[in-house]
Design a protein around this ligand. Structure first.
Ligand SMILES: NC(=O)c1ccc[n+]([C@@H]2O[C@H](COP(=O)([O-])OP(=O)(O)OC[C@H]3O[C@@H](n4cnc5c(N)ncnc54)[C@H](OP(=O)(O)O)[C@@H]3O)[C@@H](O)[C@H]2O)c1
Length: 421
């Protein structure tokens, strides 16, 4: 279907009113596969906000790996979850900046016209965990625009009012849309689950990726030292610029990656390379890491468990290379190490992390800002690991600089990563 993108940059209705339909990049169950084929532009009905919900006019959207998984239908199809069966489409986009366009019944904290960024955790107000334990523990907990539809790769998105955060005024719409999901995840991994403290030493996998660029900055803010692992020297330079002590090019230790089909002899050889890698990490940090920041999974997990210090922590939130992990458990129990799962962040942690961005203490790392028409293509880039830092998509905003309303404070905007691609 051909969709006219011209009206994107001009509001089509007054605040508080919504048009009947909108342009959206959607995934359907019958075309799961490579992102460039699975994610297609469609004209869909605009959602109305329910009680305690808000519809936001999207000014810019941020790209995350979760929509690559959604496109591929792996490890499970998103169409089994949330409101997908009701609407039949998946509109991804778990990061956004925009303008509150219509508020639902019961919303008092936000009003139409407010400029916001959006965090992607949803949970029901009725679940007791939301009120006493952690919304991440609620049975109703789900990631907006992954386990639900109505994400930000569309003119309008629909969210719970508790997902809204004030947009940092010194950032453009594109910069403000680029950091939420990965930054808030890294914040919980290190600050809450990892209990990082000044003087700690940290090993960060994928250090020039979406999570990694924030993990480095958080280590620096916490007074910890980190080493980042990357796959090119250009990415390594970015990692150093962000505050890492140094970087390791993983191509120098190719043999440490677990594939899962090794013979006992190959296992032994692989372990030998992991040992050399751990030695290099120790050399660069001055000691073994107190925390290993994990999200690569199968390929790196045995090395992570081996490399972390006795009594240290491997904090893991993802498994890009495969989620069935195996490792030699003797290195875990004999050295009393911990493996800690972590998933996104709660609204309070998002608010605290957003304040660091607002104060200019942590900066978005924006590799590329593209037009709305590029949505499927940039997901393919990410699928092919040809990116660095974050990618923003202009939706309502006309250009990459639009939306900055504070230039007087002198707070810097995003770091523009000139590597990758
Ligand atoms: N649970 C959560 O809340 C949550 C939140 C955010 C992300 N995640 C998950 O975490 C993972 C990373 O997310 P991201 O946004 O950081 O993705 P990303 O931007 O693609 O960065 C990941 C980095 O990992 C490295 N990598 C990829 N394959 C690797 C391999 N086989 N061995 C070693 N390194 C490898 C790559 O860096 P080099 O090539 O430079 O080494 C890449 O830049 C994804 O699986 C994502 O779904 C989970």
């Amino acid at each position: 279907m051909s969709v006219d993108l011209a009206p994107l940059h001009t509001p089509r209705t007054a605040l508080g009113e919504l048009p009947a339909t909108m342009s959206a990049w959607a995934i359907r169950e019958d075309r799961l596969g490579e992102p460039e084929d699975a994610i297609q532009l469609e004209e869909v009905a605009v959602p109305q906000p329910g009680p305690f919900e808000v519809v936001v006019r999207v000014m810019a959207a941020g790209v995350n790996f979760n929509n690559v998984w959604a496109a591929l239908g792996q490890p499970v199809s998103v169409f089994k979850y949330g409101d997908h069966p009701e609407f039949g489409h998946h509109i991804g986009g778990s990061d956004a900046s925009g303008i509150v366009w219509k508020v639902g019944e019961g919303v008092t904290r936000w009003k139409e016209g407010d400029e916001v960024v959006i965090h992607c955790n949803q949970a029901s107000y009725e679940d007791v965990e939301v009120h006493g334990l952690d919304p991440m523990a609620a049975p109703s907990q789900q990631i907006w625009a992954y386990e639900t539809t109505w994400g930000s790769f569309a003119e309008y998105c629909k969210v719970q009012a508790q997902q809204l955060l004030p947009k940092p005024k010194h950032l453009s719409w594109a910069e403000a849309a680029s950091y939420g999901l990965t930054y808030f995840t890294a914040y919980r991994m290190l600050m809450d689950r990892g209990q990082i403290k000044a003087g700690d030493k940290v090993l960060i996998w994928g250090a020039a990726g979406g999570l990694g660029v924030f993990a480095i900055q958080l280590c620096k803010a916490a007074g910890a030292e980190c080493v980042g692992v990357v796959s090119s020297d250009e990415k390594g330079e970015l990692v150093k610029q962000l505050g890492a002590v140094d970087y390791i090019n993983r191509n120098d230790f190719k043999g440490m990656m677990r594939t899962g089909d090794e013979t006992p002899e190959q296992e032994k050889e692989r372990f030998g390379v992991s040992r050399q890698f751990a030695k290099k990490v120790k050399e660069l940090l001055g000691d073994a890491p107190d925390i290993v920041f994990e999200h690569v999974g199968k390929a790196t997990f045995p090395t992570s468990v081996f490399t972390v210090k006795p009594f240290g922590k491997v904090v893991i939130c993802g498994a890009t290379s495969g989620y069935t992990l195996d490792f030699d458990v003797r290195y875990l129990w004999m050295k009393q190490k911990e493996i800690i799962g972590s998933h996104f962040a709660n609204a309070y942690q998002c608010m605290k992390a957003n304040a660091l961005i607002d104060e200019g203490k942590v900066r978005p790392v924006l590799w590329k800002t593209v037009g709305f028409e590029e949505t499927a293509n940039v997901h393919q880039l990410m699928r092919d690991n040809k990116h660095s830092g974050k990618i923003a998509i202009l939706v309502g905003a006309k250009d990459a600089d639009e939306g900055r309303t504070d230039t007087a404070s002198g707070r810097p905007g995003a770091i523009h990563a000139e590597v990758g691609g």
